[in-house]
Design a protein around this ligand. Structure first.
Ligand code: A3P
Ligand code: MG
Ligand code: MG
Length: 410
């Protein structure tokens, strides 16, 4: 049904016409110039402790300790049976931690230009969400297996986007094999072999500009740095997390999102966050040209999208064998990944990812016009289909507090 479809890059819809009903995901529609994506700026951070409690500080931020040998022989299976506390993934936290961060830090967000302008948007941003939700949007044009559901609510002029678990994802989660459960531990175990404390308490200097504040925050770590080493004999607890909160802009969309960060560069002279952050990954060792091609075409797409969004410049990858032993470690620079994949046939393109995400956000803005925390527009996508949506009032999908939360001027 042409005419019913939201046309990417087409002429903008006149304000009087009703919003279109669907958005196409076809790659060729998004093959155009790379959209403006401003350098992400860290506006804050928070930590979640071993019991998933929120702290408005960097106590869970670890630093990277380079393995001594290029073939480190880390055993990723070690500790799975006796030294592993797994986060309860039946609990859906939605945007709760980000909302909590916003409530504690809203003064930092009301920038001068927002306060001075007549913008009806109290927060000064168009979109609030998790980085992981944006990663899913970036990879959608190339995804053939897993669909998604994204709940969107407009409140105080800002659109809040929170994922809803699909029926298929719930089934997969409830029916994981023992092998799969164990392999999900391996990534965290690799982090334990390569990351070390100390974990500091809140040293944030109120009122200091963000860049200065972080230097002071992380500068305070210097004295302990020399003594602290990774502790492979300790417990892996996946409740623990350090999350960065960044602000950026994708074309006309002002974004505020949070993402978990694995560790930072140990060097106190390293640039300020997010440029000193490092993403840790594991993957099966590459032995054949076919494996290399699959790694570039599928895995690097997800790795790139996840780190590019918050401006994390480096990935440290541990390549493991089938028994979970790390046989080599390699660094990938995000800025070099597009060069790396260029000669791959049928490969993904960063511009398609970013243009699709941008178009999806425009589609959401045109559809979600009612400013009401009790109303959810549920956007739904399945592979080989268009994005569609349904509307729900006071339903199981509501995820924002129905209170005075949005009155930031109180
Ligand atoms: P790997 O990155 O080595 O796969 P992250 O890399 O995002 O920091 O996540 C840390 C680890 O969590 C992953 O390590 C993996 O073990 C596990 N993990 C994350 N997302 C997952 C998913 N969708 N399915 C299974 N495991 C996941
Ligand atoms: Mg992580
Ligand atoms: Mg990681």
């Amino acid at each position: 049904r042409p005419g019913q479809n939201h046309h990417p890059a087409g002429p903008s819809t006149p304000p009087s016409s009703p919003p279109t009903q669907s958005l196409s995901v076809q790659r060729q529609l998004y093959e155009r110039d790379f959209p403006l994506y401003k350098q992400p700026v860290e506006v804050g951070h928070f930590s979640l402790d071993s019991e998933r409690r929120f702290f408005n500080d960097a106590r869970q931020l670890r630093y990277y300790v380079e393995p001594e040998k290029s073939c480190p022989n880390f055993d990723l299976r070690d500790g799975y049976r006796g030294r592993f506390v797994k986060r309860d993934d039946r609990v859906k936290e939605k945007l709760d931690h980000i909302l909590r961060w916003i409530l504690a830090n809203r003064s930092k967000l009301q920038s001068k230009d927002t306060a001075a302008s007549s913008s009806p948007c109290a927060l000064g941003v168009d979109i609030v969400t998790w980085r992981g939700h944006l990663t899913k949007l970036l990879t959608t044009p190339y995804e053939t297996r897993e669909g998604w559901l994204l709940a969107v609510t407009r409140m105080g002029g800002t659109l809040y986007i929170s994922e809803v678990e699909t029926e298929a994802a719930r089934r997969d989660r409830e029916n994981r094999t023992e092998r799969h459960e164990e392999m999900m531990y391996w990534g965290y175990k690799f982090e334990q072999y390569t990351c070390a404390g100390p974990r500091v308490c809140n040293t944030t200097k109120q009122g200091a500009p963000p860049s200065k504040r972080h230097h002071e925050d992380q500068g305070a770590l210097q004295t302990d740095d020399a003594q602290s080493l990774p502790d492979p004999g300790g417990v892996v607890n996946t409740n623990e997390a350090f999350c960065t909160v960044v602000q950026t802009r994708l074309a006309e969309h002002r974004l505020l999102f949070s993402g978990e960060v694995d560790c930072r560069d140990k060097d106190p002279k390293a640039p300020s966050p997010p440029a000193n952050y490092i993403e840790m990954k594991t993957s099966l060792e590459i032995s054949t040209p076919k494996q290399r091609s699959n790694f570039y075409r599928f895995k690097l797409l997800k790795w790139w999208a996840q780190s590019f969004l918050p401006g994390v410049p480096r990935i440290v990858a541990g390549f493991r064998d089938h028994d979970g032993v790390v046989v080599s470690v390699e660094t990938y620079h995000i800025s070099k990944i597009s060069q790396l994949i260029k000669n791959e046939t049928n490969c993904w393109k960063p511009t398609v990812c970013m243009n699709f995400c941008c178009e999806f956000l425009s589609f959401v803005k045109s559809v979600v016009t009612e400013d009401n925390p009790r109303v959810v527009h549920l956007f739904s996508w399945d592979p080989h289909r268009d994005v569609t949506y349904s509307i729900h009032s006071d339903s199981q999908y509501s995820f924002l507090p129905d209170c005075e939360f949005h009155r930031y001027d109180d």
